[in-house]
Design a protein around this ligand. Structure first.
Ligand code: BES
Ligand code: MN
Ligand code: ZN
Length: 494
């Protein structure tokens, strides 16, 4: 979908469809553009509203064909709710409803005039919301369907605004498109099956971002990881025929030498559990065990498209976790890059095994902060469901920044503790630590495991096991937490 912002003469402009806001009140009220169109159509819009078919409820729609007196082919009256209740959520909800109807009518391009209803101070933000909601509603996974592909019809969305608001609308469109492109990219690679999306595939995609987005990509292979003594990460990929990769993607938008934000994403392209094999039901969803890594790709794409004046480094350790004669066995002890020995009591707790070495590797970037993103534990899904990602941090200021970024982006996280009481659950009789901490507080003990490897910098961990994809009939990647991460980065520049 292409987005733009322009100043239009809505009466004289040819348009397949003008989307016009209606506000809810005692009586439904037309927006400024609506009033202008009402005049041009000799009162057609007000007569319609007076019949009571459209009350201005948020997300209500009414399509008018061949309106008289104007050039546009259609007018879509779009309910925005009451003026007092206008918010990020209501603009997104109304936009989604409009886009669904435009799609149903096979309309290719539309001009949204609804920004004339929002306060000028929120205009940039609301422009961004329209773009993000339209892109989200228009998302369709197609990669692995054969035959005549079902195409989305709506290709172009223009925001028609008054001249004085053009600059803020354009700024909103730029940010909204960048974020949406990041989210959709994340969804696409996440939705791919494990037999296509392998560690090598992710490495190739990362390399392609050099040309398409001016990002700098480095890929370490198993031999290079062995030299770095990444014994923990390599132990996971030993049970797989696909070689592991350590993918590094850099956005150099900040000053030379400025400390980067490092994002570390779990890129486990299929998690069968290894020798501690998972039950069969819904195991297909373990192709989504690389969603943390995918969100790192998406966030770097957004950062590049926005030309964020920050240095951002993405690190994605990527591997499969399968049972095999060479695979980790329960009781095996491996040595991590940090030198700590780990007793693998459950081979299905593999995420922390690949992340700990990537987190140690992150030290060489002298990071301002490190945030890891991982579909790490089923226990986090039990604790928070699909509404919030689990957040853990060794730094309260960083935690607060991430929590409020999530709140602002409608992509919430909720903080859980990292107390030593929990860390003690990881004690091993045979190694420095065990990779599991017993039946209770599984999301917390997993985070406490990572904490052992992040003592040299400010660090936060996002457990996105419940938020990165939807199950059931609407099975599919959500693109979370790209909105949270981009909002966090934006907060670091202003
Ligand atoms: N990738 C899974 C976590 C997961 C499970 C995410 C289900 C979403 C849905 C992770 O590698 C894993 O298997 N974790 C184990 C840890 C346990 C063995 C301590 C889990 O959560 O069961
Ligand atoms: Mn696992
Ligand atoms: Zn996993």
């Amino acid at each position: 979908m292409d987005f733009s912002a322009k100043t239009l003469n809505i009466v004289k402009q040819p348009s397949p469809c003008l989307v016009v806001g209606v506000l809810k009140g005692k009586k439904p009220r037309l927006s400024e553009s609506g009033a202008q169109l009402d005049k041009a159509t000799a009162g057609q819009l007000r007569r319609l509203l007076s019949q009571g078919d459209m009350k201005g409820e948020c997300g209500a729609t009414l399509m008018l064909y061949e309106p008289r007196g104007i050039i546009a082919r259609r007018i879509l009256l779009l309910g925005l709710g009451s003026r007092q209740e206008l918010s990020d959520t209501s603009i997104r909800k109304a936009t989604a409803a409009a886009v669904e109807l435009l799609e149903k009518c096979s309309i290719k391009s539309a001009d949204f005039t609804i920004l004339d209803c929002v306060r000028e101070t929120t205009l940039e933000r609301q422009a961004r919301n329209i773009v993000e909601a339209a892109a989200e509603t228009g998302y369709l996974y197609q990669e692995t369907k054969s035959g005549r592909k079902h195409k989305r019809s709506l290709r172009k969305v223009n925001l028609a605004v008054a001249r004085k608001n053009l600059a803020s609308a354009r700024a909103g469109v730029t940010r909204g498109s960048a974020i949406s492109n990041g989210i959709n990219y994340t969804k696409d690679i996440s939705n791919l099956p494990g037999n296509i999306c392998t560690p090598s595939y992710l490495a190739r995609q990362a390399r392609a971002l050099q040309k398409s987005h001016g990002l700098k990509t480095t890929v370490l292979d198993e031999a290079q990881m062995k030299k770095l003594k990444m014994g923990s990460l390599l132990s996971v990929s030993r049970g797989s025929r696909e070689p592991a990769k350590l993918i590094i993607i850099e956005h150099k938008g900040g000053k030379r030498g400025e400390q980067p934000i490092v994002l570390v994403g779990k890129g486990l392209t299929f998690d069968a559990g290894g020798i501690s094999i998972k039950p069969a039901s819904a195991m297909d969803e373990m192709k989504y065990d690389m969603c943390g890594g995918a969100s790192v790709f998406g966030t770097l794409i957004a950062a590049a498209e926005m030309a964020l004046p920050l240095n951002v480094v993405g690190i994605v350790p990527s591997s499969e976790n399968l049972p095999d004669g060479a695979a980790n066995k329960p009781g095996d002890i491996v040595t991590s890059m940090a030198g700590k020995t780990i007793e693998i009591l459950n081979t299905d707790a593999e995420g922390r095994l690949i992340l700990c070495d990537a987190l140690t590797f992150a030290e060489r970037y002298k990071p301002a902060a490190v945030i890891d993103i991982a579909t790490l534990t089923g226990a986090c899904v039990v604790a928070l469901g699909s509404h919030a990602s689990g957040l853990f941090s060794n730094n309260d200021k960083l935690a607060r920044e991430l929590l409020s970024a999530g709140e602002a982006a409608g992509d919430r996280a909720w903080q859980l503790p990292l107390w030593d009481d929990y860390t003690r659950q990881l004690k091993s009789n045979f190694a420095d630590l065990a990779n599991i901490g017993g039946r209770t507080a599984g999301a917390v003990t997993a985070a406490c495991f990572l904490k052992q490897f992040t003592e040299n910098y400010e660090w936060a961990h996002l457990d996105v096991a419940g938020t990165a994809w939807n199950s059931g009939r609407s099975k599919g990647a959500t693109g979370r937490p790209v909105p949270l991460l981009v909002e966090f980065l934006l907060g670091r520049i202003s």
